[in-house]
Design a protein around this ligand. Structure first.
Ligand code: HEC
Ligand code: HEC
Length: 299
């Protein structure tokens, strides 16, 4: 776009017209018309053209910048700074949706919900952004549901709980680190997470009707928040146990695992190409046998 513009402006395309004050067309016009008014008009036209090209370049820059902002991977974390007004908005949301089970001072309500003192905005982010909270029904486990609150509202409630009770917070910005950490992340994942979530992160049942869910839907910030807050049966992985860098490596590994195709051929639960081949072989043979029998019956 900018290239076209430069060419159009220089007329002959031999000079970077944007920088040079020289305008071949305008100059030609001004010599053609001997009157001062004509020269003025030509100069205006030149100026207008310059302004237009500047506007086009500016527009292109804004478009490129805006496009980048849209396409750039967003962590979904608290990118926006939280103000006192946001804390107040968070308090209002808390008082309408959470207070009955968690109490006016986060102290918890016996038989309804635990204390939220010290859980931090990380736990709130995890619970609310995954739709687990506000809890509607007491079951074996709060399940992932579509979130009730927007990303902003979730941040506000988190800020409110944070302001009252303190606790761990999910960092903002990139939560994956460099791509070279994936294998280390895989190692950490197999050591710390695979026992419950399965080595491919597809989840697995635990005791007493509880489930370690699949990690397929979790965003970067949700995984980070899960490690910081340890929901339900999941242990808390504090920054002493797993450093922020290691957490990012784990996240990078999980998200990379999701993005990559099934390593074992077709999506048969990642049981591997050999067992899949065997399965296809037996099922295929079975189908063939049924077909043969059916044809035999017909004739
Ligand atoms: C109907 C009762 C109920 C409501 C309403 C409710 N919660 Fe909860 N909440 C619970 C129960 C029960 C648990 C513990 C169960 C669990 O951990 O899965 C819990 C757990 C949590 C936790 C995890 C605490 C921890 O130790 O990690 C957070 C954070 C939380 N709730 C935040 C909220 C927020 C924020 C709201 C409002 C948007 C809310 N809850 C609404 C009952 C409720
Ligand atoms: C002892 C078993 C256990 C271990 C070990 C464990 N988790 Fe979990 N994890 C759970 C359970 C149970 C839940 C569901 C909690 C709930 O629903 O409130 C869960 C939930 C999650 C979720 C939320 C998924 C979603 O989409 O809602 C994420 C993300 C997660 N775990 C990541 C991890 C990571 C990363 C590790 C290793 C650093 C790990 N977990 C280790 C048991 C475990």
């Amino acid at each position: 776009m900018t290239d076209d513009n430069v060419d159009a402006d220089s007329g002959l395309g031999f000079e970077p017209a944007v920088n040079s004050g020289y305008e071949p067309l305008a100059a030609a016009r001004s010599t053609a018309s001997s009157s001062g008014a004509g020269r003025l008009a030509a100069r205006r036209r030149g100026l207008r053209r310059k302004l237009t090209s500047a506007a086009v370049i500016l527009g292109a820059l804004v478009a490129v910048g805006g496009g980048y902002a849209l396409l750039a991977p967003s962590s979904g974390a608290a990118d926006t700074a939280v103000s006192a007004a946001n804390v107040e908005q968070g308090r209002q949301l808390f008082e309408t949706s959470c207070i009955t089970c968690h109490g006016a001072n986060l102290q918890g309500v016996t038989g309804r919900g635990p204390s939220l003192i010290g859980v931090g905005s990380a736990a709130v982010y995890f619970q609310v952004s995954t739709g687990r909270m506000p809890l509607t029904m007491q079951g074996a486990e709060a399940e992932r549901k579509p979130a009730v609150f927007t990303e902003d509202q979730t941040q506000w409630i988190g800020a409110y709980v944070q302001s009252l009770g303190g606790g761990p917070q999910v960092p903002t910005g990139d939560l994956r680190g460099s791509s070279s950490n994936i294998s280390a992340g895989g190692e950490l994942f197999r050591l710390n997470c695979a026992s419950c979530h399965n080595f491919a992160g597809k989840g697995a049942p635990l005791s007493a009707g509880k489930v370690a869910p699949s990690l397929n839907q979790a965003t970067d910030s949700q995984i980070y928040a899960a490690m910081l807050s340890g929901p339900e049966n999941m242990p808390v992985f504090s920054d002493n146990q797993i450093t922020p860098d290691q957490k990012m490596a784990i996240i990078n590994y999980i998200q990379n695992l999701k993005a990559s195709k099934d390593p074992g051929g077709a999506g048969l639960d990642r049981i591997g190409p050999v067992s899949e081949g065997l399965l296809i072989w037996t099922v295929g043979l079975g189908v063939l046998m049924v077909a043969i029998l059916w044809i035999g019956r017909k004739s």
